[in-house]
Design a protein around this ligand. Structure first.
Ligand SMILES: NC(=O)c1ccc[n+]([C@@H]2O[C@H](COP(=O)([O-])OP(=O)(O)OC[C@H]3O[C@@H](n4cnc5c(N)ncnc54)[C@H](OP(=O)(O)O)[C@@H]3O)[C@@H](O)[C@H]2O)c1
Length: 312
């Protein structure tokens, strides 16, 4: 099952439905006390060795460092041709502050620079990471379409776009993938984004699928966090306790299927229309391997409905 493959929307990108979210790989700016580079590379090596061929990174993870480490591992293993690399850009440093830029010139430069860091001559899936305030979204996607025609990228993605921004971006039908926050605790995407992607053959890649670990089923009332989760409303106060109770309700269903909570949760997303593949993050090689067990979980219609109801 670990070698299972699926197509991302209408693209010619064929991926393992379980990919790897690589913001912890080299992402020293995102997580304090972060993995050292060698552990980050081990996470990527473990993924590739186990048949995970879909790696999700971005300019801002590091910044630049996650892309570089992935480039180094792909060179070392010789698996570039078999791997689908997704990366993103929009963040620009101006006088020490980050601003978003979706201008055609900035996107073109961002693709060229990412190619160098990744040590490759094409990027399989390139996302506009965040919308900026000024660039018309169809113009931004038009710039990516030209890069696609030149062979520098194979598919076009947008991320963190509202439904109106997505409609504008997809005016000519060129958006292949939308990446948005979506998990059992954060289900806003079900209102408009998921119906739109399903109707328009756009693949929806949810980020934070494990709600930054909360849906992994291993935290309890005594767990404390030293990173950004310490201030995240899902992880604090009464809400944290209620959220843990919901996660506990999944445990017996998971056990009845000889699976863990994380597998049940990830398998549930894959039953949703337009969700073809997932990019759970991992900080240890064992987590990467463990997440592949998702592909052995088959949910009945009743189980899908029960899980839905717990988190309604
Ligand atoms: N487009 C965007 O703006 C955007 C934003 C955020 C993220 N992303 C992408 O989405 C990916 C996923 O997000 P994320 O990594 O932040 O969060 P996530 O996938 O929701 O959670 C990942 C965390 O869950 C825990 N975990 C992983 N496997 C587990 C398992 N089998 N059992 C129990 N716990 C497990 C680990 O944390 P612990 O070991 O600490 O428990 C891991 O770091 C990122 O890597 C990135 O590529 C994109």
């Amino acid at each position: 099952m670990a070698e299972q493959r699926t197509r991302l929307g209408n693209t010619d990108l064929i991926v393992n439905p379980i990919g790897l979210g690589a913001n912890a790989v080299g992402g020293h700016n995102i997580y304090p006390n972060m993995l050292n580079d060698e552990t980050g590379k081990d996470v990527v090596r473990a993924a590739l060795k186990q048949g995970i061929n879909f790696l999700d990174t971005a300019f801002i993870y590091g910044p630049e460092h996650s892309e570089r480490l992935i480039g180094e591992v792909l060179k070392e293993t010789g698996q570039r041709q078999d791997t689908i690399i997704a990366t993103k850009a929009a963040h620009k440093f101006v006088d020490g502050n980050v601003v978003f830029d979706n201008s055609p010139a900035f996107l073109k430069t961002s693709v060229d620079e990412a190619l160098k860091r990744l040590q490759t001559d094409y990027i399989d899936l390139f996302y506009i990471h965040f919308p900026d305030e000024h660039t018309p979204k169809d113009e931004a996607v038009g710039a990516l379409k030209r890069l696609k025609d030149e062979g520098k990228i194979r598919a076009i993605g947008v991320s963190n776009f509202s439904i109106d921004q997505l409609r504008e971006a997809n005016r000519d039908g060129d958006v292949d993938v939308l990446q948005s926050e979506y998990n059992l605790f954060k289900r806003e995407a079900e209102k408009e984004l998921l119906p739109y992607t399903a109707e328009n053959d756009i693949s929806f890649v949810p980020y934070f699928p494990l709600a930054a670990g909360l849906l992994g089923g291993k935290y309890n009332h005594d767990t404390t966090f030293q990173d950004g989760r310490a201030k995240n409303p899902l992880f604090t106060g009464e809400a944290f306790i209620q959220n843990l109770d919901k996660v506990e309700q999944l445990r017996s269903i998971a056990q009845s299927k000889d699976a863990e909570v994380a597998h049940l949760v990830l398998a549930w997303y894959l039953t949703q229309p337009s969700i073809d593949a997932l990019i759970p993050g991992a900080k240890k090689p064992e987590q990467v391997i463990n997440n592949l067990k998702t592909l052995d979980v088959e949910l009945t219609a009743e189980e899908i409905a029960v899980i839905d109801q717990i988190f309604r």
